[in-house]
Design a protein around this ligand. Structure first.
Ligand code: NAD
Length: 360
């Protein structure tokens, strides 16, 4: 049976000569889009301070729409970014985005507990999905998100901006090409002092806790620096501010064992400023300081330095992900990559709770 949505997806993903809206697919001779339209869902800090400004500089996409629960924010964004009323949604009428040909991609920038619902609703509306990290609070949620995108023939990318940063790609290359032999030891720390007390980051039901938040940067540091997936973990959760961190951990220390025998000691915290990676190989070393900031990540290794200039990580991520959609090529960080982290995060929580080693 001819499915108009399938046809639309294959045209967008396949990079064919024309992109049609679901409403005009059969009749339209619309030219190919040069830029994909992105709708941001959730207009908090990251959308406001990083993604919307980046979308003013991107070449393959633009800020086409918004989804917000706040009429005041909707008005402000409408004025600031010249967003037409027809591209402004709230959480109730969001599903009607299915009928809007201006929106090609829905970017979910909500607290982690809401990522699953909005990814699935966007997929059912026939839109590609970009979803912020951590992908979701549980492996089951991640699997449901991947399934919904596959079932609806849309793509799912996770907002791992660092994987688009040439400085990250350089330390991955050094391991891959075995410049200094095998990786033997990794130390990695990512954290900052968060002085908020009632934010979702301190709320378990909303997907708070440092492990899924800053912790995925330390975990990614270890996974990307070794080029391997951990097979066992131990972990210790702690807090110095129990009056604030009542439901979730303020600090998590976790240790990873990799199949090659490499070991990683990782730290993440909402109470400690740190952002570094150290890798010790059989015959060399590498240090990143900083590892996962928005800009200025750089480092050095036994025989050189890592210091690639980058204008905007977010703009590069958005453009590269949109190019992958347009050209039907592999996304740098698809849903499966988000899932790989959450599998380890679940094991870390289990190890922190029960003690001992948890195998993955
Ligand atoms: P934020 O608290 O500043 O914004 C969250 C938004 O969600 C707000 O607009 C809020 O109104 C909305 N929201 C809707 N329902 C809500 C509810 N029930 N409770 C709380 N908020 C609700 O958060 P943020 O820092 O913008 O983070 C959003 C997402 O982006 C998270 O997944 C976070 O991990 C991710 N993030 C990623 C990066 C990165 O570097 N990739 C940086 C910051 C945040």
């Amino acid at each position: 049976m001819f499915d108009r949505r399938d046809a639309l997806k294959s045209i967008i993903v396949g990079g064919a000569a024309s992109i049609f809206s679901p409403n005009t697919l059969l009749a339209s001779t619309a030219p190919a889009k040069e830029k994909l339209g992105i709708a941001l869902v959730g207009l908090g800090y990251y959308s406001t301070d990083l993604l919307a400004p980046a979308l003013q500089t991107t070449e393959k996409c633009y800020l086409a729409g918004i989804v917000t629960g706040s009429p005041e924010k909707a008005e402000k964004w409408k004025q600031k970014y010249n967003i037409p009323d027809k591209n402004i949604y709230n959480y109730q009428n969001f599903d009607s985005i299915a009928n809007n040909p201006d929106i090609d991609v829905v970017y979910v920038v909500l607290p982690p507990s809401m990522h699953k619902e909005y990814t699935i609703r966007a997929a059912k509306a026939g839109k590609h999905v970009f979803c912020e990290k951590p992908m979701a609070p549980s492996v089951n949620d991640c699997l449901a998100m991947i399934k919904a995108c596959n079932d609806n023939k849309v793509k799912l990318a996770i907002g791992y901006r660092c994987q688009h940063d040439p400085n990250t790609q350089e330390f991955m290359r050094i391991t891959k090409e075995k410049l200094y032999g095998k990786v033997r030891m990794v130390a990695c720390g990512t954290g900052y002092f968060d002085n908020r007390t009632t934010h979702w980051k301190q709320n378990k039901a909303l997907g708070g806790g440092v492990m899924g938040d800053m912790g995925v940067y330390a975990l990614q540091g270890a996974r990307l620096a070794t080029g391997e997936e951990p097979i066992a973990v131990t972990a210790q959760a702690s807090t110095t501010r129990p009056e604030i961190y009542k439901e979730v951990e303020e600090t998590m220390m976790f240790q990873l064992q990799f199949p090659s025998g490499a070991l990683a000691a990782c730290h993440t915290s909402f109470g400690i400023q740190m952002n570094y990676l150290q890798v010790n190989y059989e015959r060399g070393w590498l240090k990143m300081d900083s590892l996962s900031n928005y800009s200025g990540n750089k480092g050095s290794h036994s025989k050189g330095i890592i210091d690639f200039p980058l204008k905007s990580q977010q703009a590069k991520q958005l453009d590269e992900d949109c190019m992958a959609l347009m050209n039907s090529t592999q996304l740098i960080a698809p849903g499966e990559e988000g899932l790989r982290d959450i599998k380890v995060v679940e094991a870390i929580y289990k190890a922190a709770k029960n003690g001992g080693t948890v195998k993955i």
